[in-house]
Design a binder for this molecule. Sequence first.
Ligand SMILES: [Zn+2]
Length: 292
Amino acid sequence: MKKTVHWLSIFVFALFSCVCVFAQTPYTGPLFDAHLHYNEEAWNGKLGPHNVPDVVGRLSRSGVKAFVGNSRPNAGTITLAASAEVKSAGIKVVPFIRLYRNRADYTGWFADESIYQMVLAEYAKGTASGAYKGIGEFHLYDSANANGKVAKKLMRFAQDKQLAVLAHVDDTAIDLLMAHAPQARLIWAHTGIGGASAERVRSLLTKYPKLMGELSYRPGLTCDGGQLCPEWRSLVLDFPDRFLIGSDTWVNQRWVYYEELMTGYRTWLGGLPADVASNIGWRNGAKLFGLN
Ligand SMILES: [Zn+2]
């Protein structure tokens, strides 16, 4: 009898736990994709594999209503910004100037004056969806290069023009970049893809009130049931105005799984209080770039 009660209580506990995990309703509001690339291999100037109608379909089915667009080269962003299909789907483009004309630029941009000149020229032209709102994404594989001559100039340019900066860097480089332009609006792509601890992220968010964290590829973000791990849950609850979600469609495979990526975000957003979910899913990005 005793044994029966024991197993029964385990069964009831297990059932209750399952209900708790599966009872989370996914977030159903609009999404702001803060890290979208439309690189040349996604469309090859026109046809695909992911031509504009394909991209619009994926975003629409995912409930993405606005995105930060940047691409190698900038022609991809310019195309999306001018697209009648994107506009008629009710999707807003927030264009960023990419620093890369080709793959070789990834590793030398921070010291390449011709890239600085290209950014100035691109900024002067703007897009059919209006002025550029940011620069990046750029990468620093060695944080010391944050002190490169062009890196410094670009941070100051962004600060002067009130452009956001999307940076794929480590935590050391955040300090170096912010030292160049303390008033710049830095969006930390992946919020530490190398695995900076949640405590280190917390201290940087505290130190730099304008720093935002974009969460694609962030290691250790989600745990059981696709929900946020405890330390990340407490971080986003403490800084509900500072995080963004993103697809990071840096290779075509990310386009193939675009809808699954967004479903993954909706799963853990659904485990948060509704106002925090809508901040991270939509409002933080919308507010940052003056959308409704
Ligand atoms: Zn990226």
